[in-house]
Design a protein around this ligand. Structure first.
Ligand SMILES: O=C(CO)COP(=O)(O)O
Length: 241
């Protein structure tokens, strides 16, 4: 059975105080959330500990936005897997397009981060997706196939989530048609050795398109940016019909 995972990627938003305020509004909304789905919040590193204490005992899981591939060492500015697992982190986003675009992440470093996450008992959420230019050139399939091939070397597909995030749909309000997201996610699934991997869609997911997205047969969840920052909108997404 494929697991449904609804995750909020807060990117570089929210201080600890803002996180606490968010949780006050958000947690009561979970009382009516069906148990068929896992809810994950991925705040900035600085809010992980605060949120970990508040989430303890709740249905919500904690996620980080990055992880280094070494277990420790002289890597200024990086965070290791043991530091995340110690404070209750369960998921970690790896290879987000913003990391690939602004911070020089390559498929090779993404692969090493995936392996590190699994070594520390964390479930990586691997992000893949094409740019607008690549889509227009008809390269969507080849780009994604290439990312999967390189990123997943030696990765255990029993402990993995994949997010299909077309880069042109991120933060633009320009959602990928749900049927098209379903098609690409089906293509991703066909290339995996484990057909039960949870595969999410990400890119301008909002309260008004979540029901349609989640009605697609191949889509097992969403990775939400902007709309996960407000308690009411993220609650509506989590409580999709
Ligand atoms: O990048 C995303 C999630 O990782 C998507 O961001 P938006 O939902 O703001 O488009």
């Amino acid at each position: 059975m494929r697991k449904i995972v609804i995750a909020g990627n807060w990117k570089m938003y929210k201080t600890q105080a803002e996180t606490t305020e968010f949780l006050q509004g958000f947690m009561p909304e979970l009382e009516k959330t069906p148990e068929d789905r896992e809810v994950v919040i991925c705040p900035p590193f600085t809010a992980l500990d605060a949120i970990s204490r508040s989430l303890h005992g709740s249905l919500v899981q904690l996620g980080a936005q990055n992880i280094h591939w070494e277990d420790n060492g002289a890597f200024t500015g990086e965070v290791a897997g043991s530091m995340l697992s110690e404070i209750g982190v369960r998921y970690v986003i790896v290879g987000h397009s913003e990391r690939r675009q602004y911070f020089g992440e390559t498929d090779e470093s993404v692969n090493k981060r995936l392996l590190s996450a699994q070594r520390h008992g964390l479930i990586p959420i691997l992000c893949v997706g094409e740019t607008k230019q690549q889509r227009d050139a008809g390269e969507t399939e080849s780009i994604i196939t290439n990312q999967l091939e390189k990123d997943l070397v030696n990765v255990d597909q029993q402990r993995l989530v994949i997010a299909y995030e077309p880069i042109w749909a991120i933060g633009t309000g320009d959602t990928c048609e749900s049927s098209e997201a379903n098609r690409v996610i089906g293509l991703i699934r066909s290339q995996l050795s484990n057909a039960d991997v949870t595969i999410q869609y990400g890119g301008s997911v909002k309260p008004d398109n979540i029901d349609e997205i989640m009605a697609q047969p191949e889509i097992d969840g969403v990775l939400v940016g902007g709309a996960s920052l407000q308690p009411a909108s993220f609650a509506r997404i989590v409580n999709y019909q």
